[in-house]
Design a protein. Structure first.
Lengths: 172, 498
């Protein structure tokens, strides 16, 4: 997918958010929508101009101004925002993997609570990335989870959340 | 005022405050040296720790960490040719060639001393500006504050890195997100979609952790395996050489510091622009500009002095008007608000000792950073590599645990992850995250002052308040200026072609 197509998708998604926001804001009283409505409308207007500009010839490059030249009073220069032909396949795979491990970590926190989740995630990541042998990864993750526990639970006196699976685990 | 200067210092002389300052500086140095993290991530990760401690101690932790990350970022640029943060980019031009020539210790020494001198000049400026700014602030009313916030937003968008339009879109998006939850003026629940969690609004610290820290970890993973790796060569210089260089080029330090102050005061003009601008002025004013880019020590001194002074300059509008100078100031502002520190006229009247505590923190943290920096520089100069495989799981753990710790809500973890995703894509497609944050921070100020202005002065308040009207005119001029300049430049280019 070309950079232009990617940028168009981003603008389309944002436009949907802004339109939805305006639709919801219209249901509020005049005082409650006094600021949100015009701000969203201005944002939507900017998005419309943006989509037109970025689809004109060389639009992605013409779109930018150099803050340094503005600051020093010089002539603004179009910044080189390279029109990248396509995101490499490797990047897409790594993006999906990154979102996957963040999602998995969140799921672990929701299911087991933050401290066991930190231990499992760190041990898993360090061993799967092959940075450490399994026993070293487990030892480091254990030490780190204990530090985090001391810092947040003992130091900040944080009330811990024990996870959705707590009642099920307690049965055993 | 003298009393406030004294009590500001006394508040810092507690064991907790001094310990927090040292922790902050050491933490800031470590995070700053790790490429890809930088000051914003360091501050975002500290936000959960802003509750339950002495005010001065928490400020010492936050500001100490923030100041230390600046020099930490410079270390990465000098040693590894990878800017620790965008603002340290200018240090790469001459800092790394010095490392290649076996003068890493000299470059690190010059960098640390220039940052210290710049930081002290910035702190002195902050202290001196208070008696000047105070009467101005007290003369302003809600309509002027409204215009000031709107003007700040447009300037921020104008100077944002990348596209002006994208900057404006990001700002609008940030403001919109800030309106989720109960409207404090009318009591109307807004954009809550029958989810009780959303009635309290999006927690700013949680959003910051996601937007910057989680997003940076995703970015780091996508970027690839090795972050920095280098072959260490013979070291033929000492840290003391760099310190002497800084004093030899004292006039450059003063000029660069003043530039840093000016850039810090301007809302939205990030320190990244400051570093490059300082480098540019060092080249332009040098008698031997041909040496730059090949390992000239002035190319290290100028950006670091600017970055050091930038903090004092940036704190002034943040504390006086509640308008942050950049993204790091926006995060500091969020921390201030969560600690019960409300920027505005009262900061420079009843809260004066707190302001002077910050001035002292800037000075002491700069001294500590420099002492520690000079001490560890000879060892840093031999640092061979840094690996992200350890960093990603550990930092991500602190991010998500920190998000949970902010309010003790597990839903905040989910929100931090969602903001992480948003932050990653905003960064990838050049929608300024700084603008988003500043929009979020200023939203409440805009709404509150608009409602007060309408009820006090009526719907045509803008025409009955001359200062507000002048600000509106200035806002329109400064927003239109880049477009006019671009149009003129293109017209001139076309005429030149024909």
């Amino acid at each position: 997918m070309t950079r232009r197509a990617q940028e168009n998708i981003v603008v389309a998604v944002l436009a949907c958010v802004f339109v939805g926001y305006i639709a919801v804001a219209l249901g509020f009283g005049p005082n409650a929508r006094l600021v949100p409505l015009p701000i969203a409308a201005v944002g939507l207007l900017c998005l419309m101009v943006q989509i037109v500009r970025q689809n004109l010839g060389g639009g992605l490059k013409k779109n930018t101004v150099n803050p340094l030249t503005l600051l020093t009073g010089g002539q603004p220069i179009a910044e080189s925002e390279p029109e990248i032909a396509a995101a490499p396949e490797r990047d897409v795979r790594r993006e999906l993997a990154a979102f996957g491990f963040v999602g998995l970590f969140v799921a672990l926190i929701v299911a087991l609570g933050p401290v066991p989740a930190v231990f499992l995630f760190c041990a898993g990541y360090l061993s799967i990335s092959k940075h450490y042998a399994l026993w070293k990864a487990v030892a480091l993750a254990g030490a780190f989870a204990a530090t985090v526990y001391l810092l947040f639970v003992v130091g900040l006196e944080l009330q811990l959340y024990h996870g959705l699976l707590e009642p099920w685990i307690e049965q055993f | 005022m003298l009393e406030a200067i004294g009590s500001g210092l006394v508040a810092l002389l507690t064991p907790q405050a001094m310990t927090f300052m040292v922790i902050g500086v050491v933490y800031g140095l470590v995070v700053g040296i790790l490429p890809g993290l930088g000051g914003i991530v360091a501050l975002a990760l500290l936000l959960p720790f802003t509750y339950g401690y002495e005010l001065a101690a928490t400020l010492a932790l936050l500001l100490g960490a923030h100041i230390a990350t600046i020099w930490g970022g410079s270390v990465t640029s000098i040693l590894f040719n990878v800017p620790g943060a965008a603002k340290s980019l200018a240090l790469v031009f001459d800092g790394h060639p010095m490392t290649q020539q076996g003068q890493a210790s000299r470059a690190l020494g010059a960098s640390a001393m220039a940052a210290l001198l710049g930081g002290v000049i910035g702190a002195v400026f902050l202290a001196l500006s208070i008696p000047i700014v105070r009467p101005v602030m007290l003369a302003l009313g809600p309509s002027e504050y409204l215009m000031l916030a709107l003007w700040g937003l447009t300037i921020i968008a104008t100077f944002s890195e990348g596209s002006l339009l994208k900057g404006l879109i990001a700002t609008a998006f940030g403001i919109m997100i800030a309106f989720v939850g109960m409207d404090p003026i009318t009591g109307t629940p807004r954009f809550w979609f029958d989810i009780v969690y959303l009635l309290d609004g999006i927690s700013f610290p949680v959003a910051m952790i996601g937007l910057f820290a989680v997003a940076e970890m995703i970015k780091l993973y996508v970027k690839g395996e090795t972050m920095v790796d280098r072959v260490t060569g013979d070291e033929r210089s000492s840290v003391l050489d760099g310190v002497k260089d800084t004093f030899r080029h004292w006039w450059l330090v003063v000029r660069s510091s003043l530039l840093g102050l000016w850039i810090g005061v301007l809302p939205g003009v990030g320190a990244s622009v400051g570093g490059i601008a300082a480098y540019a002025q060092a080249v332009q004013t040098s008698k031997t500009p041909e040496r730059f880019g090949k390992g000239a020590v002035e190319g290290v001194i100028a950006p670091d002095a600017t970055l050091g002074a930038n903090e004092g300059g940036g704190l002034m509008p943040t504390l006086a008007f509640g308008i942050p100078g950049g993204e790091s100031m926006a995060i500091l502002l969020i921390a201030f608000l969560s600690m019960g520190i409300v920027p505005g006229p009262q900061m420079l009247t009843t809260g004066l000792d707190l302001v002077f505590s910050m001035v002292w923190i800037i000075v002491i943290a700069n001294v500590l950073t420099t002492l520690l920096g000079l001490g560890i520089s000879p060892y840093l100069a031999r640092l061979p590599m840094l690996n992200p495989n350890i960093m990603i799981p550990l930092v991500l753990s602190v991010c998500l645990f920190g998000a949970f710790a902010t309010r003790g809500l597990v839903a905040d973890v989910v929100v931090a992850a969602l903001f992480g995703l948003t932050g990653y894509y905003m960064d990838k497609y050049n929608y300024s995250r700084a603008n988003f944050v500043i929009g979020m921070v200023l939203a409440e100020m805009i709404e509150r002052n608009l409602h007060i202005s309408l009820s006090l002065y009526g719907s045509d308040f803008i025409f009955t308040r001359p200062i507000a009207l002048t600000m509106l005119v200035l806002m329109i001029v400064t927003t239109a200026l880049p477009f006019v300049r671009t149009y003129r430049a293109r017209s001139a280019g076309r005429e030149h072609d024909t």
